[in-house]
Design a protein around this ligand. Structure first.
Ligand code: HEM
Length: 145
């Protein structure tokens, strides 16, 4: 049986705080890079770069951000797995995260790099932003409830 009381993050308070900080910084970077592409697809972003160029330029940054956010998320999760797993917004966040990642690397990547009509570009960008905003708010929600 897993005993969370020996978890490194529970034994060392600084490590818990440091991991939370890295979680927040990395998720901000990941979603920030993805949102840059979304705003360009919506046609509301400043600057001249096309969505395809922005998608290429931000791909590595958003991938690193996602990998670090997911890794640190599971590290914090492991400090109290039963409580976190039983929280409905944590489950909502994990399911939405899975959908968002699949969407990001399939439909979103294709539309950002292709030559699609404006309504499709806008629809895809709106879905992407909605998914990421849902994930962020469900994360904030269980942190403070
Ligand atoms: C890109 C993906 C992710 C995003 C955008 C995200 C978002 C967030 C946000 C906004 C918070 C609240 C931070 C705060 O205000 O304290 C948070 C905390 C947290 N996240 Fe994530 N998260 C992601 C991935 C994950 C994953 C994969 C897990 C693992 C199950 C996870 C587990 C946690 C835990 C345990 C907390 C701390 C809750 C607390 O303060 O008690 N996250 N996340």
């Amino acid at each position: 049986m897993y005993d969370a009381s020996h978890n490194f993050l529970n034994v060392h308070e600084w490590a818990y705080g440091a991991t939370e900080i890295v979680h927040i910084l990395s998720l901000t970077a990941a979603i920030g890079f993805i949102a840059l592409v979304d705003l360009r697809l919506l046609g509301v972003a400043v600057g001249q770069a096309s969505a395809a160029r922005l998608a290429r330029a931000t791909a590595v940054g958003s991938l690193i951000g996602l990998v670090v956010a997911i890794t640190t998320g599971f590290m914090v999760f492991a400090t109290d797995p039963v409580r976190y797993f039983n929280h409905p917004t944590m489950r909502l966040k994990l399911v939405t995260l899975l959908v968002a990642i699949i969407f990001n690397y399939s439909v979103h990547a294709r539309v950002a790099r292709g030559d699609f009509p404006l309504p499709i570009r806008r629809g895809v960008a709106s879905i992407s932003l909605l998914l990421w905003v849902t994930i962020v708010f469900s994360g904030i929600f269980y942190s403070f409830t």
